[in-house]
Design a protein around this ligand. Structure first.
Ligand SMILES: [Zn+2]
Length: 595
């Protein structure tokens, strides 16, 4: 909150205009009919909305934003003809230049834009599967990040020779095969932490919604082999994870060189020596969790493959049982050419607790073994439900426990997880109400888009658990923010919407453009606004605006595989909502106004 003025106004969208103002009467916003004027903007999720879900947009004014009735022409984007009229209310936010408007009454199916005078919104689609193409693009991005093989993609035109074929040396100097896997982000490092969490999120989504995925949908080299493409792609990461495990159970943390590769070089030109850096208990537990999920998912496709995953996870479990204290082998020089993916602030704490809890939950769901259940019960009391991230992934396991209720031996355990979920979701829902942008976190740190998507995932889980509309509305608001209802009016996934990142911090993209200036890589979710970003002049902007579409801005404009996994975790479930809202909600929703 930036000023005394804004602190006096709190958004109360559902209570009507009269309840909006908490401050003195002098601060009451002008009510009545709002006419958008030159310079005003309509900010909208540029992908669109599910037909039967809440729909919200934002109205931004250069001057003070106004509250009141506002009318739009609903224009069919195919022929620029008016498809209907929409009357709604603009409601103020903590930002004096910003109002929001509920357009849930819009129930037409198609692609539209809103028009008020000469002000037009970006295009958006309303349908029952509005995120389908975007989700496919987010998943296909993993294919474009493959390491160790030649890439020749007919769809994007992206190509490179086999890269990093000598991965890797142990720090002691002996060679070991750690080829394959995915480049993590705009660099060419490969990390057990982000690979495990990405696989965990995506395979959990598959377990939730297997019917949403099919063979051939992603145009992979493996397409047509009878295995859903999502599982073919996750095998790339799983195969690499197996190579990162020592024969006695633990996992190395990452494979990378000592120097960051040139920003303009293709991956095969990065020929520096690369190392498999130290062991860590946290990374070992994360990898075991991902492999345990894989042992469940692949059982019906290839039972010996599934057994291999389970065996690797159980070996890691035994190692960790014998090494109960968090340990990490790490020298400062290990991180000179790659990310640390280790939270220094937690170094003196039990920093791998969340990882171990996740592992135990997934092994329990894979085997039904009581030893794992006891470990979950022992650890869960002290854990709050974190938005899933490489640093705190346990909520992936907790939500899987909640989903597979049949397997849960103890109703107490289920209730414990449910209580943690709902108290977290309530907190996020309240924050979403306060934020002018509807987001569930008032801080925009590193990877803010990933964090916002992860909070949306928790809100959506609360909706699926309870059927309460407020959670669905808040979950939708997280998607809206990432896909265009934000200060930069940008959909943060490359190649999506009307305006999206063009100049990512991404070495393969930059190298490819030296050969073909028009190269684009679709489906990459960038980090997004970062209030600590160092780029010039950003600090003058509000935190949610501190983003730059510039290859140098690695703090805001770099893709990472776990960004995509977090957004898939949200949008992949929104594509086919399992829960419906309580009776009456859709009846109210379907009441068309002016259409
Ligand atoms: Zn590579």
């Amino acid at each position: 909150m930036k000023s005394g003025f804004s602190q006096d106004i709190t958004r109360r969208g559902t209570l009507g205009l009269g309840a909006m103002v908490l401050g003195t009467p002098a601060l009451v916003w002008p009510l009545g009919k709002v006419s958008l004027v030159h310079g005003d903007e309509i900010l909208v999720n540029q992908i669109g909305f599910l037909k039967d879900a809440p729909k919200q947009i934002a109205l931004r004014s250069k001057g003070r934003s106004k509250a009141g009735k506002v009318n739009f022409d609903v224009m069919d984007a195919r022929n620029d003809r008016r498809a209907g009229r929409l009357e709604t209310k603009a409601v103020g936010t903590d930002d004096p230049h910003l109002a929001t408007a509920n357009i849930s009454s819009l129930q037409l199916v198609g692609t539209f834009y809103l028009k008020s005078g000469d002000i037009r919104s970006p295009k958006f689609t309303i349908s029952t599967n509005v995120f389908e193409n975007l989700n496919r693009s987010l998943l296909r991005a993993f294919y474009l990040q493959r390491c160790g093989v030649a890439l020749k993609d007919p769809i994007t035109g992206l190509s490179h020779a086999p890269c990093h074929t000598k991965d890797a040396l142990s720090v002691g100097g002996s060679h070991r095969d750690c080829t394959g896997g995915w480049h993590d982000a705009g660099d060419f490092g490969k990390y057990v932490a982000t690979t495990s969490v990405s696989i965990g999120e995506i395979l959990s989504l598959y377990e939730d919604r297997p019917g949403n995925f099919s063979d051939g949908e992603m145009d992979l080299p493996e397409s047509g082999d009878g295995v859903p493409d999502i599982l073919s792609e996750m095998r790339v990461g799983l195969g690499w994870l197996l190579k990162m495990q020592k024969t006695y159970g633990p996992f190395n943390r990452k494979v990378a060189g000592r120097q960051w590769p040139s920003m303009t070089a293709y991956p095969q030109a990065d020929v520096q020596e690369r190392f498999a850096y130290g062991l860590s208990t946290g990374d070992t537990a994360k990898a075991a969790a991902a492999l345990a999920i894989a042992s469940r998912v692949y059982k019906s496709i290839n039972s010996s493959e599934a057994r291999r995953y389970l065996l690797a996870a159980e070996e890691a479990w035994i190692y960790l049982k014998n090494h109960p204290s968090p340990t990490i082998e790490r020298e400062t020089s290990d991180d000179t050419g790659s990310g640390a993916y280790f939270d220094d602030e937690k170094a003196d704490q039990k920093w791998d607790v969340s990882d171990r809890l996740w592992m135990a939950a997934e092994l329990y769901l894979a085997t039904g073994n009581r030893e794992y259940a006891q470990e979950v019960a022992r650890r869960i009391d002290n854990q709050i439900l974190w938005p899933a991230s490489w640093a705190n992934p346990s909520s992936i396991g907790m939500l899987n426990l909640l989903r597979d209720g049949r397997l849960i031996a103890s109703e107490d355990l289920r209730q414990a997880v449910r209580g943690k979920l709902l108290s977290r979701a309530d907190e996020f829902e309240k924050t979403s109400q306060v934020s002018p942008w509807g987001v569930a976190d008032l801080h925009f740190g590193w990877g803010s888009n990933r964090n916002i998507a992860a909070r949306g995932r928790i809100l959506l889980a609360a909706f699926e658990e309870t059927g309460e509309e407020k959670y669905l509305k808040a979950a939708t608001a997280q998607a809206n923010y990432i896909l265009g209802q934000n200060p930069n009016a940008i959909s943060y996934v490359s190649g999506s919407g009307t305006t999206s990142p063009q100049n990512l911090h991404h070495r393969l993209l930059i190298a490819s453009r030296t050969d073909n200036a028009g190269t684009q890589i679709p489906g990459l979710l960038v980090g997004g606004a970062n209030e600590e970003a160092s780029a010039a002049n950003l600090s003058e902007l509000e935190p949610a605006a501190r983003y730059r579409d510039d290859p140098a801005s690695f703090e805001t404009n770099e893709f990472a595989i776990d960004n995509n996994a977090a957004l898939l975790s949200l949008l992949g479930r929104m594509s086919s909502l399992r829960q419906t809202t309580k009776p009456g909600f859709f009846t109210r929703l379907r009441r068309r106004v002016g259409l």
